[in-house]
Design a protein around this ligand. Sequence first.
Ligand code: ADP
Ligand code: MG
Ligand code: ZN
Length: 499
Amino acid sequence: MVQTPVKTVAYEAVIGLEVHAQVLTRSKMFCGCAADYQSAAPNTRVCPVCMGMPGVLPVINKAAVEATVLTGLALHCTIAERPKFDRKNYPYPDLVKGYQISQYDLPISAKGWLEIDLDGERRRAGITRVHLEEDTAKLLHRSDPSGESYSLIDLNRSGTPLMEIVGEPDLRSAEEARQYLMKLRTILQYLGVSTGNMEEGSFRCDANVSVRPVGSTAYGTKVEVKNMNSFRSVYRALQFEVQRQQDVLQSGGRVVQETRGWSDAKGATQSQRSKEQAHDYRYFPEPDLPPLHLEPAWVEQVRSRLPELPDARRDRFQEQYGLSLYDARLLVASKALAEFFERTVAAAQSGDAKSRAKGAANWLLGEVSRLLNAEGVEIDSPNVKIGPEHVAEIVDLLEHKTVNQTVAKEAMEEAFRTGKKPSQIVQERGATQITTTEAIAPAVDAAIEANPQAVKDYLAGKETAVKFLVGQVMKATKGRANPTMVQEMLTQRLSARKA
Ligand code: ADP
Ligand code: MG
Ligand code: ZN
């Protein structure tokens, strides 16, 4: 029998992300209302402008424009000299005016990139544009005890500034998309233009996905995936969607251009609306706003305010502190952690700068991160009781061999819980390391006395037997004896017997 070979085609994913980030300004985008809508009681941050009353006029928030220019510059974009605002028309209950003031063909900035690194390989992913618009109100869907459902509207968010960052279809896997998203969020946090909080909806991502046979240069039909509210759900949604599209093609079908919603519970995307139901936004220039004029000299002034960004800081951490790429990347991924690290290195006093840095990095990425995760808090949360000086003390106590690793870990944990100084904790516990030969000698002699077999083994040439004896001494001193000294004293006594 002749078997026809099964034709298998390898596919690759093509992904482009659209990110909406809330801009941290005191007031809203086009009115004087406070923008702190998250902490305010519903409908207390409103005025005729952001309620969409007739006859009012918007005024552009300069701080929001500056934040967008700063972001564009950080993402290596070109800043437009004369950008403009446009009306994007669509009817929806959370859009009070029936249109959103956004930007269409002349965004504030365009044509940039950000760097992603995967397993040490660095690559640029293109940024199509960064533009400014206003956010919508918030609808709350409820149902009363009889099962009747209704919706409430909170206008506090209406008209708050929102930045949209559109990426080129340059990403090739769910993992690349996650790296891109995390890097973008870190950059916004370094710039101080957004909290980047995904769970609170301050940083939202829509993902466009298509697949194509490997080697093909044309793009396949794309699907837009919405409703992801964590990095993990973006990753899972993309994994699912890429596989789904591959399966469709492999079974001879065609991918339909549509919007799909991700369901965390189902672990799947589901069709929401097809191309035929897509909006026609009827964009036109916003007649109530003057065109913007961003003078090059002003843009340069904004550029001079760019802080050190995560990639540059990562490189500097490797260079200046001798950190591994891995450690440097983890530390700079959080601005707060990176700053905490540098203050720890500065506060520690023992050893040279590189050994202090190594110690600080180890503690921050190890034990301290573990404690923070267990509490579900960030290092700069107001209820975190330790500061750089606590971690610096731990580094110093270890470097001076005042305590051993086990005691240091316990002291770190107690400091984290209570805010007490590690040196004080160690004093109170009487847990300082025993570092004089006189104090260690009795335990060493007792160990030799009590373990004739180990001594015999050692004398017969089995050098590792000494490890066992070290263990016995450490046990007897409750871990407080300096292990290096114990080992030295044991070998000395045993070799004396050998001779
Ligand atoms: P739309 O007008 O539907 O929003 P755009 O061309 O403006 O489409 O692209 C929006 C987003 O979709 C961008 O992030 C872009 O990178 C991405 N994108 C465009 N084409 C594709 C494709 N074939 N596959 C995956 N993503 C794509
Ligand atoms: Mg789109
Ligand atoms: Zn207002």
